[in-house]
Structure formats: structure tokens, C-alpha cells
Design a protein around this ligand. Structure first.
Ligand SMILES: [Zn+2]
Length: 180
């Protein structure tokens, strides 16, 4: 079975916004800052990095956390500040933008692949319309073996944003990152 990568318009807009930025080196710098919740993914790839601005030795970074009051925000702010210090930026202000709310549509294709490699099925690996609520007939491509013969074990996995599935081919249980 072949998975054809689809690029949602929001993803396309994000990439274009980044390309048009006057500070490409800052975006590149933050590619090394990972999401503390899923350390395989960068802030950019999980889709929470919205904007970066610089004025001399000061910068501001706009972040839309995956959930409001996300406890990882302090760690993220610290990692960004440290990464920017290496570029001569003394002061970094983190702006938290809650609206529009983060959606899994902002995850990059690279992020989806990394999630799969990490053993978590990305939202778009649900067979059929991945934006529909899950039910007992829902099937997801197994991130371990790629089989579509899977079953929903629990609507909630290791965290509320994930659902627990089991593969009927390799018998491995795995989390699905639900569409938000
Ligand atoms: Zn499997």
C-alpha cells in the first residue's frame, strides 16, 4: 500500500510565510529546537512555530501551543532563548498566540514522517476521512508494518490527543495522533 503525501493549504501557507521571512537564519536555527512532548519533532515540524522577528540583538518568537496552558511552554521558551544566544541575540520575547488554535493540519510532511518513524500514526493515516470522529470501524495504517488491518482499543491513548490502536497483522499496539 502506498501513502500519497497530501499538502493541505494551511501547510502550504506556512511554508510560503517562512520562505518570505527576512530572517531565514533564525528559522533555520530553531529547526534544532525540538518539541518537549514529542522530542522527534522540531517546533516547526509539529506546527507550533508561527513567526520570528529580529531587531538588532532582540528577537520575538510567536508560538501557538498545541494546548492552551501547555506546561512545555517554559521549556520551549528557554530552548529558543539559548539557541538564539548563539546568534548574538541577547533578549528573546516569546509571544503566545492562542487564536487561531493549533491544528494538526499545521504539521509538516516531514513531521508526519518523523511521527510515523517514532511509532505514532499521524492524523492523516486514518483510512477514509481523517477529520471524522473515531469509531469502532475506524482503521489506521500501522506505523510499524503499514497494514491497514487495525482496530481501535481506546479513544484515549497515552495522552488525550492520542487514541490507542492495535494492528491485526503485527499485533503491535500504537498511538494515533488524532486530528485536531
Ligand atoms: Zn502492524
Amino acid at each position: 500500500m502506498q501513502v500519497i503525501p497530501t499538502k493541505s493549504p494551511t501547510q502550504f501557507e506556512r511554508e510560503q510565510f517562512r520562505r518570505n521571512s527576512a530572517f531565514p537564519e533564525l528559522w533555520q536555527c530553531l529547526d534544532q529546537v525540538k518539541d518537549p512532548e514529542i522530542p522527534a519533532l522540531s517546533l516547526w515540524d509539529i506546527g507550533i512555530l508561527k513567526d520570528i522577528k529580529r531587531q538588532g540583538d532582540q528577537a520575538s518568537v510567536t508560538i501557538t501551543p498545541t494546548y492552551s496552558g501547555c506546561p512545555a511552554m517554559d521549556a520551549i521558551a528557554e530552548d529558543i532563548t539559548i539557541a538564539f544566544k548563539a546568534l548574538g541575540i541577547e533578549k528573546t520575547v516569546i509571544i503566545t498566540e492562542l487564536s487561531p488554535a493549533w491544528t494538526t493540519d499545521w504539521m509538516t510532511d516531514k513531521g508526519r514522517n518523523q511521527l510515523r518513524d517514532y511509532g505514532i500514526a499521524p492524523p492523516n493515516d486514518v483510512i477514509g476521512d481523517h477529520e471524522q470522529p473515531l469509531n469502532s470501524d475506524s482503521q489506521v495504517l500501522c506505523p510499524q508494518c503499514g497494514s491497514a488491518d487495525t482496530k481501535l482499543l481506546s479513544e484515549y491513548g497515552s495522552t488525550a490527543c492520542k487514541a490507542l490502536f492495535q494492528c491485526n497483522s503485527c499485533y503491535e499496539p500504537f498511538d494515533l495522533f488524532k486530528h485536531i
